[in-house]
Design a binder for this molecule. Structure first.
Ligand code: SDX
Length: 444
């Protein structure tokens, strides 16, 4: 990290009477951090920060979040302007290169997406050996990991040309996602077409059929572009951190992204969009009794959390949620669909945002609260919602992986720990061991 981020000031840490200067650094948007990279070398101490609530893992120039004002910028551009004016492919280019593409740059990038849209025909046989009810995220992570067996050139010279590396993956993951859905329904695969844009191609691969051609609705294509843009990156979230951590061992892009897909699957992370719709369906089935869920969410003894609410960084509104909520209304009008779950979601938001419990904890709807309602309206089944999140997040994951690979000071990520287990004790030969109640370690 360049010295230009050093403010010229130091924090001071005094341990056992000795004072150590710790450099204070400041990012482009005024965020300040204490640089502890020499802490253990100078003091013999490490820090402890479970969940990394207070720890920056890297310096990054890709995305800026400001949690108290609900700001989200990709490479300096506000998410609201990108969602309103760009295609998903344009934003993918921005995240990867750091600037908005010219018409010719975008045309070449789009050409590459078309060129790499097919997957090796032998990979299609993999689908025949997953059980019919296989989880789409499990299929996606294993198929992406398998790609390096079919396209080894992507691992031999990983930074040969980020456009080729990125478009191959962004395009093939779209094909794998659509094929996963078709196979799960037992329907014939629909192959990508060169004459369709990225999102239109995906929708066509998902919903076209030999017996009933799919009519591509430009408003739905526009809504899907917007949703994927909103999911495209989010700085050091759990799955992006997984991509960086795995990639830091010099693992190829495929395996790194496969790790990110696995992390995103979690119900506390990208899996929340599927859980939100399940929660809304439960509320609908109980005649809209959302008070019961609000009460459960507030009960400290109940592990239930109001899914789609809360965020590690945003302690005011998640800007993405507001844009998706507006897009929900537009898509449902366009498709002439009325979804009672949208009404329940809006009522739930209204009640929660007038409740002290949520307000004092800064719990607002996040990106997952409304996204599932749009997917439902488009016809995407709930078990594919997190796959949609992965489709959107892919350019961000690739951009972070590349940013790490480009870093001349890059090291393998290897966090430390504070050991609180048993002190050293003598070995017990098998013949001397006795059955006894072993107490749970008292370390939490
Ligand atoms: C994503 O990091 C990212 O950027 C992620 C993401 C991205 O784009 O990559 O934005 C995508 O993952 C969005 C989040 C999707 N997950 C959910 O919607 C699941 C429900 N939300 C929560 O589980 C929770 O809010 C998290 C996981 C999102 C954030 O967890 P934190 O930061 O660890 O919050 P916390 O556990 O410190 O909670 C602080 C307090 C606690 O209460 P107290 O102990 O202070 O009394 O808020 C409470 C929590 O119990 N709380 C909730 C709650 N979320 C937090 N109470 C009820 N319902 C909730 N949803």
């Amino acid at each position: 990290m360049k010295d230009k981020f050093f403010t010229g000031k130091n924090a001071e840490l005094t341990i056992e009477g000795k004072t150590y200067p710790l450099p204070i650094i400041e990012g482009t948007e005024g965020e300040r951090a204490i640089d502890i990279r020499d802490l253990r070398k100078d003091t013999g101490y490490i820090t402890l920060d479970s969940g990394y609530m207070n720890t920056g893992s890297c310096a990054s120039g890709i995305t800026y979040l400001e949690g108290s004002q609900g700001i989200l910028n990709y490479r300096g551009y506000a998410i609201e302007e990108l969602a309103e004016n760009c295609s998903f492919v344009e934003v993918a280019y921005l995240l990867l290169h750091g600037y908005l593409p010219t018409y010719d740059e975008l045309r070449h990038f789009s050409y590459l997406l078309g060129r790499f849209a097919l997957i090796h025909e032998d990979m299609i046989h993999f689908f025949d050996h997953f059980p019919p009810n296989a989880a789409p995220m499990a299929i996606l992570s294993s198929m992406v990991n398998s790609l390096s067996n079919f396209y080894p050139e992507m691992t031999e010279n990983p930074l040969e040309d980020i456009d080729i590396i990125a478009t191959r993956l962004i395009s093939k993951v779209r094909t794998i996602a659509a094929f996963t859905y078709k196979k799960s329904m037992g329907w014939p695969l629909v192959y990508p077409r060169h004459d369709l844009t990225y999102c239109a191609n995906f929708l066509n691969m998902m919903f076209d059929s030999p017996v009933k051609p799919y009519e591509i609705n430009p408003d739905v294509v526009s809504a899907l572009n917007k949703i994927l843009i909103l999911h495209a990156d989010h700085e050091q979230n759990c799955s992006t951190s997984a991509v960086r951590l795995v990639g830091s061992a010099r693992v190829n892009l495929y395996a790194s992204i496969s790790a990110g897909i696995s992390a995103l699957w979690g119900p506390l992370h990208g899996g929340a969009n599927q859980a939100v719709v399940a929660m809304l369906e439960d509320i609908y089935a109980s005649d809209g009794d959302y008070e019961k869920y609000i009460k459960k969410a507030k009960d400290p003894n109940d592990p239930f959390r109001l899914v789609g609410f809360g965020h590690r960084v945003y302690k005011s509104h998640d800007p993405r949620s507001r844009i998706i909520k507006k897009a929900c209304d537009e898509v449902l009008v366009t498709l002439k669909v009325s979804d009672p779950l949208l009404d329940i979601a809006k009522e739930l938001e209204e009640v929660a945002l007038n409740d002290e419990y949520f307000l004092e904890r800064g719990l607002y709807p996040n990106v997952d609260f409304y996204s599932g309602i749009i997917y439902r309206a488009i016809g995407i089944p709930s078990n594919m919602f997190t796959v949609m999140f992965a489709l959107g997040r892919l350019p961000g994951w690739i951009a972070h992986w590349k940013e790490m690979w480009d870093d001349p000071n890059w090291r393998i990520s290897r966090p430390r720990q504070v050991y609180v287990g048993p002190e050293h004790r003598p070995f017990i030969p098998m013949e001397d061991r006795v059955e006894e109640d072993h107490e749970e370690p008292d370390i939490y």
